[in-house]
Design a protein around this ligand. Sequence first.
Ligand SMILES: [Zn+2]
Length: 235
Amino acid sequence: MKITLLTGKTFDIENTFDFPLIIKSSLRIKRMSLRIDHKCREVICSVPKFCSKKRIVEFINTYLDWIEEKLSNLPAVKDFEDGEHISLFGKSVVICHQDDFGAPKLIEDKLFVGGDKAFLHRRVKDFIKREAKKEFFRRSQILADKLQVKLSGVTIKDTKSRYGSCSTLKHINYNWRIALAPDMVIDYLMAHEVAHLKHQNHSSAFWQTVRLLDVNCDEGKSWLSVHGNELFLYR
Ligand SMILES: [Zn+2]
């Protein structure tokens, strides 16, 4: 198991812990604490900056039962399945596997997927990623035009933690899993990232800009705080 300190110092305590562990160290942290990151399925241990490796290991060892219980209670990771109903860009869609069907295709409310069933998840995921690239770019471009800011492109990412991010190069990264959220949540997340093209922070001017884009920030945020983790259950 590799432990990473935010100071850039890395030490290896392989064979000590058999769960994913991230050590966060900072001057601002006054005492050691543990939490479980539900999206990344990792144990996060926050430690004061000059804490010794020995003390960190001792601290974690005293909470092993708690960690095991928390990790084993995390909901199982999900694959897309034949017959499963999903929300895709705000529409209810059912996944239909057919051996002899070619590339995945959305026909009305059915997403037909061919090939070996063992690859169903991968095929559905690749389809959503391809469609998301077009759809999220289209929707973001409309919002960028409203704000009269330049959007240079959109990339679809498969990170386990973030919904999106915005670079200083006027480029937006979106997590493909956003495609599975309700439409108003997609609207909110697009407006959030497009507003970052104008403000690279979360200042009141930033939130005013998000609201200019006519999205329901409060509902979007509250849906994400309750259901956001469910999006990350998909592998
Ligand atoms: Zn933000």
